[in-house]
Design a protein around this ligand. Structure first.
Ligand code: SAM
Length: 258
């Protein structure tokens, strides 16, 4: 039974780190005139309304993207800022793009996109905005294993689970190992939470051991509400594009002021 809904968290400080790095990577990959594949295992609904009751209830976007824009965390030429400007021009000033719609801003006609989203309502909402992609209403890792290695081989995968089921932390290193073996040239990016109970640590240790060349970028921030277990977020990237390390360090420095 899936209960996680990203609308409560869209545009928060974790999304900001994830989406800034995602947009940077897609901008880099799409700069070359060669087709690419973009895969997402846990796509979400694609488009969020930051004036909606879910976002208002948590206030997470106010502490995230709204503050970041007010304080110019993202320069005007940053790929996430540019994608956000286009989306807001199209859907209004309170719109916030999920990862699929961020990707759409960089994807070209010749590129190949597969998005998996299992939750029926989230999947239906995604279907309404993601006509540019092949959609899969199935487990994201099952989709990834079936599609990899994709055609074209060049490209990237975002793995952004909701971590609703504790066993996900145990399963992810094996799933990523299988994907990386089948698709050894793919950029494979995993988002994960930094938790006060350190539940994420064995997963990251296993991933670091198996993929010692991967980029690991972590940022810390105050919990969304007192006692909340998430106190930061991380990105683990296998085959990171050239220059991603500098961008990741720049973003990490921004969070140090919080
Ligand atoms: N990637 C999105 C973004 O950045 O805008 C957010 C995704 S949200 C963190 C995780 C999504 O995974 C939820 O929409 C949830 O319904 C979906 N989900 C949960 N379990 C899944 C599974 N086994 N396969 C595919 N999607 C799943």
């Amino acid at each position: 039974m899936l209960s996680y809904q990203h609308a409560y968290h869209a545009g928060n400080l974790a999304d900001l780190q994830k989406h800034a790095l995602l947009a940077w990577m897609l901008d880099y990959l799409a700069a070359k005139p060669k087709p690419l594949t973009y895969l997402e295992t846990h796509a979400g609904r694609g488009l969020y309304d930051l004036s909606g009751p879910e976002s208002e209830k948590t206030g997470e976007a106010r502490a995230g993207i709204t503050r970041a824009l007010a304080e110019d965390w993202l320069p005007a030429d940053h790929p996430l800022r540019q994608a956000l400007d286009v989306i807001r021009g199209r859907f209004g000033p309170n719109a916030y793009p999920g990862s699929p719609l961020i990707a759409r801003e960089f994807i070209r006609f010749e590129d190949n996109v597969h998005l998996a989203e299992l939750h029926p309502a989230e999947h239906e909402a995604l279907r309404q905005v993601a006509g540019f992609a092949h959609l899969h209403k199935q487990d994201g890792f099952a989709m990834a294993q079936a599609v990899c290695p994709p055609t074209p081989r060049r490209g990237m995968m975002l793995i952004d689970p909701s971590y609703e089921v504790k066993s996900e932390y145990d399963a992810i290193p094996r799933q990523i190992g299988l994907i990386a073996r089948k698709w050894n040239v793919g950029v494979i990016a995993l988002w994960y939470p930094l938790l006060t109970d350190l539940r994420h640590v064995p997963m990251i240790m296993a991933l670091r051991t198996a993929h010692p060349e991967a980029l690991v970028s972590e940022v810390r921030f105050p919990p969304a509400r007192p006692g909340h277990g998430m106190v930061g977020s991380g990105m683990f990237v296998i085959n990171p594009p050239y220059g991603l390390q500098d961008e990741a360090r720049r973003i990490e420095a921004l969070y140090k002021r919080l």
